[in-house]
Design a protein around this ligand. Structure first.
Ligand code: DQA
Length: 144
């Protein structure tokens, strides 16, 4: 199974960005952690990061023929991007949302995820392990 992992805006600054919330791990270290765990789970991963909404929409579209599933952390777009939600709803590959922080326990504007509503499910609050749990979840979704 091939899984595309999409990191959204500002996640390129992991390690220096609000470490009290997102930890000290850089994006490169996070991707390494995801790749190591993916091997254990038995899936192949490719990780990409995009700051712009359109690039994320394009990545979701492109993934529909190249990957079997998507794990996505849309960052702040989670809370208001109907374009990304529509892109997720437009493809047949299963999509699982992952968040480092527990968005349900943060500011009011972060408690809603319009993109998660278009996904098969979501994982939030377990730091880097949120991505691994999301990978485990997609690995168990029966193929249509
Ligand atoms: C985040 C949570 C979002 O609210 C925030 O805008 C992010 C990161 C997370 O992984 O916890 O950029 O998606």
């Amino acid at each position: 199974m091939r899984v595309l992992v999409i990191h959204g805006p500002n996640l390129n600054l992991l390690g220096e960005r609000q470490p009290e919330i997102y930890g000290r791990q850089t994006l490169a270290e996070l991707d390494e952690f995801i790749a190591t765990n993916a091997r254990e789970i038995g899936v192949t991963v490719e990780c990409v990061q995009h700051n712009s909404e359109g690039a994320i929409v394009d990545a979701i579209h492109d993934a529909r023929t190249r990957f079997d599933a998507i794990v996505i952390n849309p960052g702040a777009y989670s809370h208001y991007s109907y374009a990304i939600a529509d892109a997720i709803a437009s493809v047949h590959v299963p999509v699982v949302e992952a968040h480092l922080s527990n968005i349900a326990a943060r500011e009011a504007h972060r408690r809603t995820s319009v993109t998660a509503a278009a996904c098969v499910g979501s994982v939030s609050g377990f730091g880097a392990r949120s991505y691994v749990l999301a990978l485990r979840a997609v690995a168990q979704i029966p193929e249509k």
